[in-house]
Write a protein that binds this ligand. Structure first.
Ligand code: AHR
Length: 353
């Protein structure tokens, strides 16, 4: 008994000693690396960074060491996006160093600089938490000969600082959502809409709002409430509950992603209202949760934002490593799904996320 107690205490001291930092860089088999322990940068030849081993004549996926900076793990869409990178790397034999920024921008910037200093890494993939403030880090990555690819989220920086952006047109997604809300509220005397916004500063939140307002203005929609619910079901629910306490004069709710809209739907139901009927509901992502709510008639529309971006990203990275020029935007394929689509059940069954 005494021996067991001693061993337990010993293990606890050891664990406390290593002070595992919150931000973890996983190389598929999860190596704990702290950004502080930055290895010295070897003299990189101009152009591509000098990996530990010599530069191949022709790069293949097996030579690729990708440092991927994910935003965090907020909701179904993000989980599908992360899985796309892990699974596709496994399939192609790419070494993936996965950095979970846990929603923390300063941590994401630290992780980015860690990958600049990591001589093994030849490609950095960034899903930026916020659109601004990346110029300096991108200039450093360029100087270190790293290929930088943006996925999912755009940033406000000069295009010559990154190889390409792969993802959706968030403004267009907002327009599609706005056009659907116009269609759903057609002929209604009052068109008051509440907007549940994504994380402040992200291109997704900013641009979906721009696109939605463009269409809303065309059909007389009034956006009378608009606030961030950080992509989350819980915050979407709480915000809707708070607004319902103030007023029930609302005809539509726009959730900038499925999770926030699903939270609003829960709040409406608990308030004795009929989501999708009394109050029209539109979201973005088209994840499994949205299909369930559409099949239940509680969500009217979900505008797809495809999370399975890894194959396009890795293909572009390989081309860039082999010196090929890339278009500055490689769009992802998206669609719009409505609860009144006759074959919705079939579509839902075939969805990979
Ligand atoms: O950037 C895409 C957005 O990020 C998704 O719409 C949302 O679900 C995620 O958090």
């Amino acid at each position: 008994m005494k021996k067991l107690l001693l061993t337990t205490i010993l293990i606890l001291i050891l664990l406390a000693g290593c002070g595992a930092p919150p931000d973890c860089i996983c190389q598929c088999d999860c190596q704990q690396v702290t950004p502080e322990a930055t290895p010295a940068t070897p003299e990189a030849a101009p152009g591509i960074s000098q990996p530990a081993h010599s530069t191949p004549e022709v790069w293949t996926y097996k030579h690729m060491v990708v440092g991927f900076l994910q935003t965090g793990s907020e909701g179904g869409w993000r989980a599908a996006n992360s899985a796309s990178f892990r699974d596709t790397a496994e399939e192609l034999g790419i070494t993936l160093k996965f950095y979970d920024s846990t929603g923390d921008l300063s941590g994401q910037e630290r992780g980015f600089r860690h990958f600049i200093a990591d001589e093994e890494v030849n490609v950095i993939v960034l899903a930026a938490l916020e659109a601004t403030g990346w110029e300096d880090a991108l200039l450093e990555a360029k100087a270190a000969g790293k290929i930088v690819i943006l996925e999912d989220r755009r940033i406000d920086a000069s295009e010559d600082l990154y190889a390409t952006f792969i993802g959706a047109d968030f403004i267009e997604e907002g327009r599609r959502a706005g056009a659907e809300m116009c269609r759903l509220l057609e002929g209604m005397e009052r068109k008051n809409v509440w907007e549940l916004v994504g994380n402040v500063g992200s291109s997704a939140a900013r641009d979906r709002g721009v696109g939605f307002r463009e269409k809303a203005a065309e059909c007389g929609i009034e956006i009378i409430r608009s606030q961030t619910a950080n992509w989350s079901v819980m915050e979407g629910k709480q915000l809707t509950q708070a607004w319902l306490e103030e007023s029930r004069d609302v005809q539509g709710i726009f959730g900038q992603n499925d999770e926030m809209a699903l939270g609003a739907i829960e709040a409406l139901k608990e308030a004795g209202l009929n989501p999708g009927v009394d109050i029209k509901t539109v979201s973005v992502d088209a994840t499994a949760g949205a299909f369930e709510a559409m099949l239940a008639g509680e969500l009217n529309v979900s505008v797809e934002c495809n999370p399975l971006l890894a194959p396009q990203v890795y293909e572009a990275a390989l081309k860039a490593l082999n010196g090929e020029d890339l278009p500055k935007w490689i769009p992802s394929m998206d669609a719009v799904f409505r609860s009144d689509m006759p074959n919705l059940q079939e579509i839902a069954e075939d969805r990979p996320y």
